[in-house]
Design a binder for this molecule. Structure first.
Ligand SMILES: CC(C)(COP(=O)(O)OP(=O)(O)OC[C@H]1O[C@@H](n2cnc3c(N)ncnc32)[C@H](O)[C@@H]1OP(=O)(O)O)[C@@H](O)C(=O)NCCC(=O)NCCS
Length: 175
């Protein structure tokens, strides 16, 4: 197995010590993502039914985290009925590991997205009424994130923003 293989573990309180020094960087999105996993954001989201994973390399070092959860948003946006939807609340990679490794087949960002989308499909399959789309919010200036999501067939929903000007992206799960 490659030294770049990531291993996913459900995030628990006991992992806090392994996050000392974890930082997604100084950009607005980077700071927000660091605070989410270091502060109460992740546990608040888990209390609302989300799954949160830490991703480590073989040595145990934490490379990043990701999450999949459910949310009540209007669907279709912006004027539809409130609907329980599947979404990716947050993901982040420690700045040391962003853009790494150079080999795109092992790129951490892609391993994490693959794991999140696979789990979203599994969770959707367990629902009585599967969701048509997996959703996420992204800062429209966060070019690396948007490019990553587009690679996983997320599309920006035109003319829709959420909260403080966040763009919404959707990935088709089922017809
Ligand atoms: C978003 C994030 C998870 C992406 O991980 P990453 O390791 O930086 O991603 P990659 O290096 O694989 O970059 C993704 C793509 O964007 C491109 N890219 C990277 N930086 C870029 C930039 N500044 N402008 C344009 N494209 C950029 C890469 O070349 C890559 O394109 P490719 O798939 O064609 O090779 C990571 O940057 C991160 O944690 N950022 C801070 C937190 C964050 O923004 N989280 C997401 C929203 S909350």
């Amino acid at each position: 197995m490659s030294e770049f293989q990531l291993y996913a573990d459900a995030f628990t309180e006991a992992d806090r010590g392994d996050l000392v020094g974890f930082s997604c960087g100084e950009s607005k999105s980077g700071k927000f993502c660091t605070e989410w996993i270091m502060g109460s954001g992740a546990f608040d989201s888990m209390n609302r039914g989300s799954s949160v994973w830490l991703y480590r390399i073989e040595t145990g070092q934490v490379v990043g985290y990701g999450s999949v959860g459910l949310v009540n948003w209007r669907w279709p946006m912006p004027d539809g009925k409130y609907t329980r939807l599947l979404y990716i609340p947050m993901l982040g990679i420690d700045q040391k590991f962003q853009g790494q490794p150079p080999d795109p087949d092992w790129r951490y960002s892609r391993q994490i997205m693959q794991h999140l989308v696979t789990n979203a499909i599994r969770m959707n399959g367990e629902r009585k009424k599967p969701a048509e789309y997996l959703l996420l919010l992204v800062d429209p200036t966060n070019e690396a994130a948007i490019r990553l999501y587009q690679r996983f067939e997320f599309q920006l929903i035109p003319d829709v923003t959420y909260g403080a000007g966040l763009s919404v992206m959707k990935h088709r799960l089922a017809k």
